[in-house]
Design a protein around this ligand. Sequence first.
Ligand code: GRF
Length: 194
Amino acid sequence: MKKIAVFASGSGSNFQAVIDAVQSGRIEAVICGLITNRDNAGAIKRAEASGIPARVLNPSDFPDSSEYESTLLEQLKEWNPDLIVLAGYMLKIPDSLISAMPDQIINIHPALLPAYGGKGFYGLRVHKAVLDAGESETGCSVHYVNERYDDGPVIDQQKVRVLSDDTPETLRDRVLKAEHQLLPSVIAKLLNKT
Ligand code: GRF
């Protein structure tokens, strides 16, 4: 059975979509653990409710970045995932992890990359920028993670129409629903293909 590790910093609704898809058998894998940088992340409660081990690793709790990175790598060595899924994870992934797991780390982003991606494009800022530019459509993207924010090759995208009365919040909510469909479907395709 393939193993997935999820990294999440926030409420974890995308994490939940992955949990649901694993529980329903749509994704043939187990979730071996959650990494979060915030001890009050909603994602932790979702992990607990589903019996998934959760580990809080915050770089500022470590004396230096190399101790943080080696602790992170050790935890992942123990879980031994086939795939790492960033589902609303707000920290940059250390280069050491990217080189340890090439093409095995994916991220979901709430826009049609390469548009509205990169440093500073997160949360409502993304949707506000889409509205400010007068776009008629937006969406979400799942892409491989490389050393730069939101920059690795796109695996799949789902489009969402922008409505004339959208606010950043209403747009975020509709894009989030699309994310909950796209992320499990990409994971299923990646893991179930072999
Ligand atoms: C999502 O919009 C995701 O694309 C972005 O952060 C948000 C996380 O939402 N990277 P949630 O915690 O999964 O609800």
